[in-house]
Design a protein around this ligand. Structure first.
Ligand SMILES: NC(=O)C1=CN([C@@H]2O[C@H](COP(=O)(O)OP(=O)(O)OC[C@H]3O[C@@H](n4cnc5c(N)ncnc54)[C@H](O)[C@@H]3O)[C@@H](O)[C@H]2O)[C@@H](O)CC1
Ligand SMILES: Nc1ncnc2c1ncn2[C@@H]1O[C@H](COP(=O)(O)OP(=O)(O)O)[C@@H](O)[C@H]1O
Length: 275
């Protein structure tokens, strides 16, 4: 699959709303940095606006880093939820914020601490677990303990588990790892090996969530026309762009998650130049 066609280029008649707005409910008291990383990545992937409506401490950090972010509630074309949250200790305020996103009917990227809520979403969903997170999600969905799958089982055959999870949960699955596997509800299957192992660093997945959130928010029309085929293609594009940004940032050396986000504009530019 070509990734470049899945990058939305602004048209001359457009404005920030027609380009697409991403709503973000991420971060927490314990993990405010995840909110900063996801928002940074979304802004740098390209979109009209980000509305951040997470925890106040995280919102302060987000605004300090990205003053263009709006913290007022309003219409969005997609949501990114769960990065930097802990499903095991969810404050009531976060439950309310997450419900707003889940009931909106717009497409959602569901990561980390909101993965347990995927079944409650009213819009098309792509979940972005790593192996341990997928094992937890599948354990929660299993009829009894004998069906339980471990992270080691998933590591042994990640592509097959991404497909099984997509079929049993009825959502698009983006399973993170050295190779990232995407399984869509329409039968789409992608495997993306675009980046170096230096990408295995704290917050790298939070950056991926922001990239994918921006891509969903800027393709509302395509998703409305066919969410089952557009969402997995956009997920594969996000994994590819994330991997290429990691490669660009690393050049064979170590990287921090923010370096990946900062490499996104040049990565997108390079992709567009080639199309
Ligand atoms: N800067 C930030 O705010 C960051 C926030 N993050 C957030 O942190 C939350 C938890 O994500 P995880 O991927 O860690 O969740 P996991 O539940 O996969 O990882 C936690 C598990 O990792 C294992 N573990 C912990 N420390 C270990 C060590 N030193 N050696 C070996 N095993 C160890 C333990 O089994 C532990 O239960 C998510 O909400 C995520 O989004 C992470 O993305 C990292 C960066
Ligand atoms: N060995 C690896 N090689 C290349 N990319 C990797 C490797 N391990 C992890 N990644 C990528 O790094 C990111 C890690 O995400 P995640 O596990 O959610 O970390 P975090 O929670 O710290 O953000 C994912 O995009 C994953 O595909």
């Amino acid at each position: 699959m070509e990734s470049a066609p899945w990058i939305a280029v602004p048209d001359d008649a457009g404005d920030k709303y027609t380009r697409g707005v991403l709503g973000v409910v991420t971060g927490s008291e314990q993990y405010p940095g995840a909110a900063v990383l996801g928002v940074e990545a979304a802004v740098r992937t390209g979109l009209g606006m980000v509305r951040y409506i997470g925890a106040p401490r995280a919102a302060d950090f987000v605004l300090h880093r990205r003053p263009e972010v709006v913290t007022a509630v309003g219409r969005v074309q997609a949501w990114l939820i769960g990065s930097g949250m802990d499903a095991g200790s969810r404050p009531q305020e976060d439950a309310v914020r997450l419900r707003t996103a889940l009931r909106d009917g717009t497409p959602l990227v569901i990561d980390a601490g909101a993965l347990d809520l995927a079944g409650q979403a009213t819009g098309p969903v792509v979940i972005t677990p790593h192996y341990r997170e997928l094992a937890t999600v599948l354990a929660a969905a299993a009829d009894d303990d004998s069906d339980a799958v471990t992270a080691d089982d998933i590591a042994a055959d990640p592509g097959a588990w991404a497909v099984r999870a997509s079929e049993s949960l009825g959502v698009t699955v983006l399973l993170k790892g050295h190779t990232t596997y995407i399984a869509g509800t329409d039968g789409s299957r992608f495997s993306v090996e675009a980046g170096p192992a230096w990408l295995a660093t704290a917050g790298s997945g939070d950056v991926l969530g922001g990239v994918l959130g921006a891509l969903l928010a800027t393709h509302a029309r395509e998703i409305a026309a066919s969410s089952a085929s557009a969402v997995p293609a956009l997920a594969a594009t996000a994994a590819f762009v994330h991997g290429r940004a990691g490669e660009r940032a690393s050049q064979g050396g170590p990287i921090a998650a923010l370096d990946i986000a900062e490499a996104l504009p040049a990565t997108v530019r390079e992709l567009l130049a080639g199309r």
